[in-house]
Design a protein around this ligand. Structure first.
Ligand SMILES: Cc1ncc(COP(=O)(O)O)c(C=O)c1O
Length: 367
């Protein structure tokens, strides 16, 4: 079998300095994971989840689509719990944030509709848009004027896609103003809360809940593999929307459901966070500390981008940081636009103050 066609494309990446490969670095200080609140590695939470799974007979796998054998009783129970936490009329679990966004956007928008998405939206939102039969256009990142100009030109139904906290820049969308614009132009706003889930809002319900805006958007997406430290995702919104997704969301219908222990882990992680809400405050203290030591910071969240501007240099600095025991990874083009290659620093409650100071010192020396 001739596999040169694959090798040629990999070689092109090597030549451009942006070849991707897998690494494990368990022994380094974690400045890379999305486990902002340390819940993934939290031994007490692990014991609670294992006990709960051990006390009941929990199947090892989902066994089928939720529409067939895979709808174990924990799914609706946990969705009911999440309705309370997320202050939603209805909640539908998905296997991942990627699947949730792709299913939601590709299913709700049809031919004749328009999707306007923030140009820095996560690829799963964009992919959902491209898979739909709607017209799709990007608006300039967090730019209300550009969004309004485009909303004015739309005829027919319009969906607007954004994130509360952007995954590569850590900046926050002007969400209240976007809601007002969407209300003014009758557009349906879809908000991805991936990087705010757990870290903000009472009970970890995210930034929209913190600002009491949850009732003014069409749909919200929460992911559980980041701040919640477990796995999976959900869409929160009107009941008619979740009924619609059960019928038309292909990544919901044609896949094996999450293993039930993951579903139990989601519920237990939210219960645990409810009883340990000080973790949100701890995270804010770590962010403030980093920003004190690194005054060039442009982000107020746990995601701190350090723009480097070339793949080669970003990779080199990241290697040097790793040699010093700090797990900082480069984000290279084409993942980000050429010229905006960066180090993406993630801050966590489990980063010691000393590690944060050491990281900032190293950055000041290397960048
Ligand atoms: C903004 C955003 N949305 C969605 C996702 C996908 O979520 P998941 O990792 O649960 O598939 C990510 C993952 O990095 C993300 O950053």
């Amino acid at each position: 079998m001739n596999l040169n066609f694959l090798q040629r494309k990999l070689d092109e990446r090597v030549d451009k300095g942006n070849i991707r490969s897998l690494k494990t670095n368990d022994l380094l200080a974690d400045f890379v994971s999305n486990d902002y609140l340390g819940l993934s590695g939290n031994a007490e939470l692990a014991r609670i989840i294992h006990k709960k799974c051990g006390d009941e007979h929990v199947p090892n796998g989902g066994t089928g689509s939720r529409l067939l054998s895979g709808n174990h009783r924990w799914y609706p129970e946990v969705e009911e719990d999440l309705i309370g936490v997320l202050k939603a009329e209805s909640v539908l679990l998905f296997n991942s944030g990627y699947a949730a966004n792709q299913a939601l956007v590709s299913a709700v928008a049809d031919s004749g509709d328009t999707i306007l998405y923030d140009q820095l939206s996560h690829v799963c939102l964009k992919e959902g848009a491209w898979l739909s039969r709607a017209e799709t256009t990007a608006f300039r990142h967090n730019d209300l004027e550009d969004l309004e100009a485009r909303l004015k030109r739309v005829t027919g139904r319009c969906f607007v896609l954004t994130e509360t906290i952007f995954s590569m820049d850590g900046d926050v969308a002007p969400i209240r103003e976007m809601i007002e614009l969407c209300e003014k132009y009758d557009a349906y706003l879809i908000v991805d809360e991936a990087h705010s889930t757990g870290c903000y809002g009472s009970g970890g319900g995210g930034l929209l809940i913190e600002q009491e805006l949850q009732g003014r958007v069409f749909a919200r997406v929460y992911t559980f593999g980041k701040g919640m430290g477990v796995h999976g995702a959900c869409v929160a919104g009107p009941k008619v929307l979740t009924d619609f997704l059960i019928n038309f969301g292909r990544p919901f219908i044609y896949t094996t459901s999450l293993p039930p222990h993951s579903v139990i882990a989601i519920a237990e992680s939210f219960h645990f966070l409810y009883n340990h809400l000080f973790l949100q405050q701890d995270l804010q203290s770590k962010i403030a500390l980093f920003r004190k030591y690194w005054p060039n910071s442009v982000s107020e969240t746990a995601i701190q981008p350090i723009l480097i501007g070339s793949n080669e240099r970003a990779r080199k600095i990241s290697n040097e940081l790793q040699e010093s025991g700090l797990d900082v990874r480069p984000i290279l083009s084409p993942t980000v636009k050429s010229g905006t290659e960066r180090l993406r620093i993630s801050l966590h409650v489990h980063n010691s103050d000393e590690e944060i100071r050491f990281l900032a010192e190293k950055l000041l020396a290397l960048c």
